[in-house]
Design a protein around this ligand. Structure first.
Ligand SMILES: Cc1ncc(COP(=O)(O)O)c(C=O)c1O
Length: 414
């Protein structure tokens, strides 16, 4: 991804569909003060702490498990109907750290591996690389992975001598494809995971950003057998610069010298060794935002959700207009999927997309996107690319797709 950042920096004038960053129009430093005040008022008011105790809680080194676990637990109950206790949550420096810690906790011996659908979030490959854990790919069918696919993948991995510990999955508006799983697929995945004795690592940064009234239950809220470890990020629903995320790990550890203890305890111990604790100031900011919105970040993000939905609509319409369908095929053989929410869509080109072609597209046509091979972990160029639409204005989206269509027209028949 560093390479992609460099390409972005080389062409600052280009319209970038590459970065999946949150919309910046509502970011405000003033809100940080309001959030901090709300958190402070809760500690002094409801919890009866003195100013000195509050200062210590927010400004001193803190607990490795976190200082806003009760607020996160309540938020999960309100927004996702996930019922867990604060001790089963570990607050982390972004979801990325949570991913690393979970994999580190699961990696007991050589041969332990993590399964993932492909293409997948590249941060999974990065975390697995750091803990030296093989990532086994499961090609995702167009209508999403289900229990039967999982069972087959687990059997295959075991046949090859691996011990698959978990499947990493994003059921809602996945990065990079924008795909979501149906309710049936969610239920069959849960049944298969329990049957196979593996965990599901559910990563859910984009679940808030779908159409009103279409929210499907998370795997964790359906989880009867404690086989789901839930990874949360406040980057998209809280504040990206706070770098706060968390993991819900209510499983019992079944092997090693920690056998019988809670997975969240083991992760807390690792977290203490890695980064001591998540910045309490940053946690207080996120905690205040949760408090000021009656524990609902879904409610807090109504404006953002509207922007993302409008941007998605604008992007799809722009693609329809620039790549019209004639006799069942779109102009230049381009196709694209039509997710209902999130930050991303997947576009298929009539030629393979390499980093060199991306660079040329940025330089000559003033538009950037992400080649899909970055999400396959093998560097083999593919015809698919990712378009992120979250941080752009609708004018930029319309102009960007026009520029992109000129690029495709010049390259399609070479
Ligand atoms: C699927 C997914 N998981 C995790 C992350 C990282 O989250 P955080 O910024 O909280 O570390 C991202 C960031 O883009 C993501 O897309």
């Amino acid at each position: 991804m560093n390479l992609l950042n460099e390409i972005g920096e080389d062409f600052p004038e280009a319209i970038s569909f590459a970065a999946g960053k949150p919309f910046e129009g509502f970011l405000s430093l003033d809100s940080v003060h309001e959030y901090l005040d709300a958190f402070r008022a809760r500690l002094t008011g409801r919890l009866g702490m003195s100013e000195e105790q509050v200062a210590r809680r927010v400004l001193q080194y803190g607990s490795a498990r976190g200082i806003i676990n009760d607020l996160v637990a309540r938020h999960l109950e309100v927004d996702e109907r996930i019922r867990v206790s604060p001790e089963e949550i570990v607050v982390t420096s972004g979801c990325q750290e949570a991913l690393y810690l979970v994999l580190r906790a699961l990696r007991g011996r050589s041969g332990d591996a993590v399964l993932t659908v492909r293409p997948t979030y590249s941060g999974l490959d990065a975390a697995a690389q750091l803990v030296d854990m093989p990532v086994l790919s499961v090609d995702e069918p167009a209508d999403g992975i289900d229990g039967a696919h999982l069972t087959r993948a687990v059997d295959e991995a075991r046949g090859q001598g691996y011990r698959p510990r978990a499947l990493y999955v994003m059921p809602d508006f996945a990065n990079p494809t924008g795909r979501s799983l149906t309710l049936e697929a969610r239920e069959s995945l849960l049944a298969a995971a329990a049957e196979c004795g593996i965990l599901l690592l559910e990563d859910n940064p984009y679940g808030n950003f779908g159409p009103e009234g279409e929210h499907l239950p998370t795997l964790k809220s359906l989880d009867q057998s404690r086989c789901v470890v839930y990874l949360g990020s406040f980057a998209k629903s809280g504040l990206p610069g706070a770098r706060v995320g968390y993991v819900v790990a209510d499983q019992n550890v079944t092997e090693g010298d920690r056998s019988g203890s809670l997975l969240a305890d083991q992760i807390t111990r690792l977290k203490g060794m890695l980064s001591i604790n998540t910045s309490p100031i940053a946690q207080a900011v996120i905690g205040g935002k949760i408090l000021l919105n009656d524990f609902s970040l879904r409610r807090a993000n109504e404006r953002e959700r509207a922007v993302y939905q409008e941007n998605l609509e604008c992007l799809l319409v722009s693609f329809e207009e620039n790549f019209p369908e004639v006799h069942g095929e779109r102009l230049h053989g381009v196709s694209f999927n039509t997710p209902r929410g999130g930050f991303f869509i997947s576009v298929t080109l009539p030629f393979a997309s390499t980093d060199d072609i991306l660079r040329l597209c940025g330089e000559k046509y003033g538009v950037l996107w992400t080649p899909m091979h970055h999400f396959h972990g093998d560097g083999i160029p593919r015809n698919e690319i990712r378009f992120a639409f979250s941080h752009l204005s609708r004018e930029q989206i319309r102009l960007g797709v026009q520029r992109f269509s000129a690029f495709v027209a010049d390259h399609a028949d070479r």
